[in-house]
Design a protein around this ligand. Structure first.
Ligand code: SF4
Length: 295
């Protein structure tokens, strides 16, 4: 935990069986703390001076199982946390578990930030089936479109795996085209790597490792384009930036509600302050810069 942002684990384990993943084996069944306990922890974090809390878990949307029984759910959790005086981010949520009611709630919340991370893994339905994911790409498209319609300023990221067994050049191209047309803001790219005791490790159609890294480089380049598009769209807007203990050369950096990295001329008084910044232009270190808005 640093002074400005704290991670709060609300759930552990996973009951899904994605064919590439060892987490269910390593971390066991899905289980959660109670909402009452988590709200208590969130209050304690706030009292320590932390302004932003990131909710984490292995499969956070499946929140609410205690000893194998569903007691509560993730929507109830975010409603309860919305009464705590902090900024909240949700680390990552499976597209099939992110519901319309959650998206609508977050759109009207003063505390939950317009930042979503929704794993996609592939833009090819053939590969999604081989991965044993619980959705097809159309569902992902629908989630992103719903978010964008209510929160056009939102930042939406996704995970993508390059070189899954059976992913042909055509399948990969399909993923690239899908992503290029999407409204996503960044990608977390993973080069597929075989994990012992997984179904995927035994699948035919192994992609050569040089090809995997080439594909992942292309996805990284695409991600950078997406990020720049989001950043460019911020010009002229006022963003509320939580500044961190993050100095590079003569700048201090922080992140806005929609996870845009913003830098201002270094001033250590800004650390752990939420400061409105009118965004003007790109700055070094992959950030945007601007002027303090109430100056
Ligand atoms: S990839 Fe995520 S949802 Fe799938 S089994 Fe692993 S932890 Fe569960």
């Amino acid at each position: 935990q640093d002074r400005t942002r704290s991670f709060l684990k609300v759930q552990d384990g996973c009951d899904y069986s994605c064919s590439f993943c060892t987490i269910p084996l390593a971390r066991g069944k899905s289980r959660s703390n109670s909402i009452a306990e988590i709200v208590k922890q969130a209050h304690l974090i706030c009292e320590s001076g932390v302004k932003e809390i990131v909710l984490t878990g292995v499969n956070i949307g499946d929140f609410g199982l205690q000893h194998g029984e569903r007691k509560e759910n993730f929507f109830q959790l975010i409603q309860a946390l919305d009464k705590v005086d902090a900024r909240f981010r949700i680390s990552s949520i499976e597209p099939n578990l992110l519901t319309d009611e959650m998206i609508e709630f977050i759109a009207s919340s003063q505390h939950f930030l317009p930042h979503f991370h929704i794993p996609l893994q592939s833009g090819s339905n053939k590969i999604l089936r081989l991965m044993r994911r619980r959705y097809l790409r159309e569902l992902h498209t629908g989630r992103v479109a719903r978010i964008q319609s209510l929160m056009p300023h939102a930042c939406v990221g996704a995970d993508v795996i390059a070189g899954f067994p059976g992913e042909t050049k055509e399948d990969f191209l399909e993923t690239c085209l899908y992503l290029a047309e999407s409204q996503l803001s960044y990608l977390h790219v993973f080069s597929y790597s075989e994990r012992a005791h997984t179904e995927a490790a035994k699948m035919p159609g192994r992609v050569h490792s040089a090809e995997r890294s080439e594909r992942s480089q292309r996805l990284h380049a695409l991600s950078e384009k997406m990020r720049r598009r989001l950043y460019q769209q911020q010009a002229g807007k006022v963003l509320n930036v939580l500044f961190e203990n993050d100095f590079e050369n003569d700048f201090i950096h922080g992140h806005s509600e929609n996870y845009v990295r913003v830098g201002l001329p270094a001033n250590s008084n800004f650390i752990n302050q939420i400061i409105p910044v009118r965004i003007t232009s790109f700055a070094p270190h992959g950030a945007m810069t601007g002027l303090v808005a109430n100056d």
